[in-house]
Write a protein that binds this ligand. Structure first.
Ligand code: NAD
Length: 358
């Protein structure tokens, strides 16, 4: 089969980690007999430097002509908040998510066996294993609601941020979660604040309706404050966790912390139609850019997600994940995951080791 992939290398360590990921994709192509075609897409600070805008005209159309999008990372101090919006890399990220209709953000948080000691939780908790998938609603809720700021006669300035959700928005993210659970361990935990928020009460009623359509999937409601607590007490209880935008923003960072390094975790953002977008959860790490120090594993595991969810190549996805686990089990470490005294490999060598393991 032929697959067309849009590559957004971006800024900082983006080009270095995407190069290693492309090497892995090509190795899978050789081994399993697929052809991968790449289309380079300019986006982020590098696009501002080249054409004066972080999101050049036509970017969405180029991405839509591809089967999937792989993004390294964008941003850096050079294009900070003093710059006009169209020159800031974050503007480009929000724009591409919106233009591609990416309403579901999937972040697996899995403790890789060889790195169990990097888990900051109690040893007996880590030993039970952590392997959960956060499914976060990405285009609704309070981050996208109407905002207001006004003077009051007696209380100074007052602000409001509106949290709004429709049944349609809740149902489509809910379906994603139930479908995802069927590919995993058949359990959905839906996180809300239904004891306080009206949006959460609607969220819960839609989820209950969906749960009846998926009788093979175990379902539970979890209040967001309890979920935050359970993630550090007993994260092994979770399989798929689905929640609205702001709760998901916070809980997915918490979930990533309990698995060790930021350099290890991939993500996918999806809509109803292709292409989906795959990217590491970390940023452009300007402090280590261009020094062959970045950990390419999060980007390489994003490639595994791309194989599994966009191309339905489960065997190929497994091969990439096994290659990463073998590299770690054999003791190879980039600086971010090395313990004092352990020898360290650079970005390129880690990429090569993983390719050789496939
Ligand atoms: P960051 O994730 O870039 O870096 C945080 C720390 O983690 C740094 O010390 C960095 O060196 C380290 N780190 C990150 N990725 C690593 C990797 N693969 N290997 C080894 N170490 C790694 O977060 P930040 O410093 O807050 O942000 C830097 C820039 O990235 C900002 O401009 C921010 O806006 C941008 N950003 C972009 C995205 C994205 O492109 N999706 C996401 C988050 C932040």
């Amino acid at each position: 089969m032929n697959y067309k992939i849009a590559l957004i290398r971006g800024d900082g360590i983006g080009p270095e980690i995407v190069d290693e990921a492309v090497g892995v994709i090509n190795r899978v192509g050789e081994k399993f007999g697929h052809t991968f075609i790449y289309v380079d897409v300019l986006l982020g600070g590098c696009a501002t430097d080249a054409v004066g805008k972080s999101y050049p005209d036509g970017t969405a159309e180029i991405c839509k002509s591809c089967d999937a999008v792989l993004l390294g990372a964008v941003g850096g101090p050079k294009w900070g908040s003093d710059k006009p919006a169209e020159q800031r890399p974050e503007t480009a990220l929000l724009a591409i998510r919106k233009d591609l209709g990416l309403y579901a953000n999937l972040r697996p948080a899995a403790l890789r066996p060889a790195l169990a000691e990097a888990c900051p939780l109690k040893k007996e908790t880590a030993e039970k294993g952590i392997d959960l998938m956060m499914v976060r609603e990405l285009t609704g809720g309070v981050y996208f609601g109407k905002r207001d700021r006004y003077e009051t006669p007696d209380r100074g300035v007052e602000c409001t941020d509106l949290m709004a959700y429709s049944e349609m928005e809740i149902e489509r993210i809910g379906r994603r979660a139930f479908e995802m659970a069927r590919l995993r361990r058949n359990k959905v935990s839906s996180v809300d604040k239904a004891n306080v928020l009206e949006t959460s009460r609607l969220w819960r009623s839609v989820m209950h309706r969906l749960a009846k359509e998926y009788p093979d999937v175990a379902y539970e409601d979890v209040l967001v404050d309890n979920c935050a607590m359970q993630l550090v007490r007993d994260p092994g209880q979770f399989d798929v966790v689905v929640t609205e935008n702001m709760f998901g923003d916070i809980l997915s960072d918490e979930a990533s912390m309990i698995t060790g390094s930021i350099g290890l975790l991939p993500s996918a953002s999806m809509g109803d139609t292709a292409p989906a977008l795959y990217e590491p959860i970390h940023g452009s790490a300007p402090d280590i850019a261009g020094q062959d120090k970045a950990n390419p594993i999060a980007t390489i595991l994003s490639v595994a997600m791309m194989f599994r969810y966009s191309f339905h190549l489960a065997q190929e996805a497994d091969a990439v994940e096994r290659a990463v686990d073998k590299a770690l089990a054999d003791g190879w470490r980039t600086a971010d995951i090395a313990k004092p005294g352990e020898s360290i490999v650079g970005t390129r060598q880690m990429g090569q080791i993983i390719r050789d393991n496939i």
